[in-house]
Ligand binder design. Sequence first.
Ligand code: PLP
Length: 405
Amino acid sequence: MNQNPSIVASRLGQVKPSASIAAKAKADALRAAGREIIDFTVGEPDFPTPAHIVQAGVRALGEGHTRYVASAGTLALRKAIIDKLQRENDLDYALPEIVVGSGAKHIIFNAFTASLNPGDEVLIPAPYWVSYPEMAVINAGVPRIVNCAASNGFKLSAAALEDAITPRTRWLVLNSPNNPTGAVYTQEELRDIGEVLLKHPQVWIMTDEIYEHFIYDGGRHVCLLNTTPQLRARTLLINGVSKAYAMTGWRIGYGAGPAELIKAITLLITQSTTCATAAAQAAAVEAINGPQQCVRDAAALFQGRRDRMIEQLGAIDGIRCDVPPGAFYVFASVHGLIGRTTPGGAVLGSDQDVASYFIEQAGVVTIDGTSYGLSPYLRFSFATSTEEIDRGCAAIAAAVAQLRK
Ligand code: PLP
């Protein structure tokens, strides 16, 4: 007889809901309840998918792309991905080394399902995207968090990596540009990390490059495989169209890696979702093969918004932030606010308290750094209009001014 009285599997007891999705839901609920809310939780561009891409999706529907397609992804999309990786990243892949999923998240999840045996360790540099540890746990893995100091730009050093690797390490997850810090790894940093990894053949590397196109001030995206191509036989590159082309709702992402792993991920797709949506794949082909000016425009827009947000947040006594070189988030220290007293008499004891105070007092929703593995910090998304940035920062400044030291 089943010993568990609950219908929910015991292993889910350890799994936390996504903090970013929960924070967004909170903002939506407060707004629905009639409160004026400024939402700094947004993890997606605030503008629509470019028209030429939407038209390609609509055209595909009209032309009858309304059926199941190959589980690894349509030939047209996999070829577009191969060309993109060659053109933009100087990386060579063949068809059996590419798999398309319902978002990059789907590929990451399936990669863990396909590769983790119970107790295998997944090294995750913190601050990290909230979903990596939970996806490892769901798939019987053990997340091993490696703290990365603000003084090192929130980046994993080769020495810290060397210390963290054990015989049970199955994966290292590298995310550049990083969510939530915007950190971007340089060629030299990746070369040093690559040197360490070459010594540990049991470790696979997942390079999540979903924010690749949002690097500012003339910076350049580099992949670990550009600096250390010898790691190709144990690297899974993750990317997708969600962020670069404002296509989060189309749910198309992909993985590029050794055929054996890609085949295993595809097997899971055949037995779960069957394939990613056919018309969305046609739209993704247009996104990747079509004009790229929309991506450059989006990056320029985000850079301006970043500067505006940094200037205003940085001027608030108690909040400290460095300029993020990539992605669309400011990860700001609120250490200076801890210990201050609210007008209601409560003492702010954590970044979660600060986030709650900003909701109550300023109507601004952010996400606490604790959820990303580093406190006391808050993540502020600047994927929102300049008006919202100005209003939100002014409301936070006013709320902070009401705190007693
Ligand atoms: N990787 C990182 C670091 C992200 O921040 C996100 C989304 O927020 C994803 C992957 C998932 O992207 P997708 O929409 O392709 O599933």
